[in-house]
Design a protein around this ligand. Structure first.
Ligand SMILES: Cc1cc2nc3c(=O)[nH]c(=O)nc-3n(C[C@H](O)[C@H](O)[C@H](O)COP(=O)(O)OP(=O)(O)OC[C@H]3O[C@@H](n4cnc5c(N)ncnc54)[C@H](O)[C@@H]3O)c2cc1C
Length: 374
């Protein structure tokens, strides 16, 4: 079976890797208009978690995704780009304190590793942090972790290539080709046609533009709208001594380690203030603010910010993954929390292509319309 995957982010790279290997491997071509990891996946905060108890089925999907990451990373040895080193979070004011304690109780009731801890325990886990104010509610999730998106995507794309997948980089798929009522592949920016038995749209936030070339839509939040929640802000500091073990969510800034000793930084309020019209100078001011907050939390942090990203979420309108056949010859795989979900979705999609995967039933792209897709 010839499969063309459009988009070399975590979703496309994990899927190319999965489909190119093992018994019944497909003839896979991955088309990426830039280089693997150049999109959202390469600039994401990339916290691996199932830290959302609101929808038990989705929570279970995410728990399974953490297991898939452990297995996948194990196949790469002990890669520096993957760590299950836990996540600590704390709140110092009401109602955030009650909300955090409630979240821990609900996650623990679901059997998820989550507990409230003392300031002394936080100091043992993350000795570089300035202690939170007295009276803080502190949570610890030992089963959570992080990946470094650019390295993980590259590793997956490279392994897919070693298994025989073809990578076409630096060339966009400019349209889906239609013949006889089905998608038959893509037209490339070079004007060449790439034929396929199945085309997978894994173009992240750019998926609606690609699908529109065949008259199809996808219910994603409009990233272009002023104040859209899709765009966010992340910043990465340069290398230095390792200052954190795991992911940290403090009231003013979220942080995670980067291989080589850097830190990835984000903050909810600065994320909310970022949209596609935010000028570059304002992004730089946001990054400087992130660094100030990080330094207030970690006195030993001296490294400057090295890169600043306007990082845009492919954000389904209802928040849940959009994964499944969308038209004859066409399969769509677009999701938020794609870093957490990518490898598990790749396994589920492989099963889906063999004959239908019930775990994906709630996440079909046509669920809003309630119609059967193929
Ligand atoms: C600020 C922020 C923080 C986040 N934090 C987390 C987190 O902590 N944990 C988590 O799990 N998730 C997080 N996410 C979400 C996660 O990063 C995304 O869901 C995930 O990266 C999406 O991966 P993707 O492969 O679908 O998209 P992308 O990584 O964007 O990949 C799509 C690729 O397709 C290519 N492309 C697009 N159009 C074409 C075309 N026509 N032809 C060829 N190539 C094309 C692009 O160049 C791109 O490389 C965060 C997102 C943001 C913005």
């Amino acid at each position: 079976m010839r499969i063309v995957i459009v988009g070399g982010g975590i979703i496309g790279a994990a899927l190319a890797d999965r489909l190119a290997r093992g018994a019944g491997a497909a003839e896979v071509t991955l088309v990426e208009r830039d280089r693997p990891g150049a999109g959202t996946s390469g600039a994401s905060f990339a916290w691996l978690n199932a830290n959302d108890p609101d929808d038990p089925a989705y929570h279970c999907l995410r728990v399974a995704a953490l297991g898939a990451w452990r297995r996948l990373a194990g196949e790469f040895g002990d890669p520096a780009w993957f760590r299950i080193a836990g996540n600590t979070a704390w709140a110092t004011a009401d109602p955030a304190k009650e909300l955090l304690a409630d979240r821990v109780a609900r996650l623990a009731a679901l059997g998820y590793p989550a507990a409230l801890i003392t300031p002394d325990r936080l100091r043992e886990l993350e000795p570089s942090l300035r202690p939170p104010a007295a009276g803080a509610v502190i949570a610890h999730y030992p089963g959570e972790g992080h990946v470094h998106g650019p390295d993980a995507v590259r590793a997956l794309a490279d392994r897919a290539r070693s298994a025989g997948a073809r990578l076409i980089g630096g060339t966009a798929a400019t349209r889906l080709n239609l013949r006889g009522g089905r998608v038959t592949g893509v037209r490339l920016g070079t004007d060449d046609d790439l034929d396929a038995d199945l085309t997978v749209c894994a173009a992240g936030r750019h998926s609606p533009a690609l699908l529109a070339t065949a008259g199809l839509g996808l219910p994603l939040v409009d990233a272009e709208a002023p104040g859209s929640p899709a765009p966010g802000l992340t910043a990465f500091t340069g290398p230095g001594p390792a200052l954190l073990n795991g992911v940290v969510h403090s009231p003013g800034v979220d942080l995670r380690p980067v291989p080589g000793g850097g830190l990835a930084l984000e903050a909810a309020d600065l994320d909310d203030a970022t949209d596609l019209a935010t000028p570059a100078a304002a992004l730089d001011r946001g990054a400087a603010e992130l660094l100030d907050r990080a330094r207030a939390l970690i006195p030993a942090l001296t490294a400057p910010v090295e890169t600043v990203h306007r990082c845009v979420r492919p954000l389904p309108a209802d928040g849940f993954p959009l994964v499944g056949p969308q038209f004859p010859g066409l399969y769509t795989a677009v999701t938020h929390s794609g870093i957490t979900l990518g490898p598990h979705l790749a396994d589920l999609i492989a099963a889906d292509l063999r004959g239908g995967e019930p775990a994906l039933a709630p996440y079909r792209p046509d669920r809003a319309a309630g119609a059967a897709a193929w």
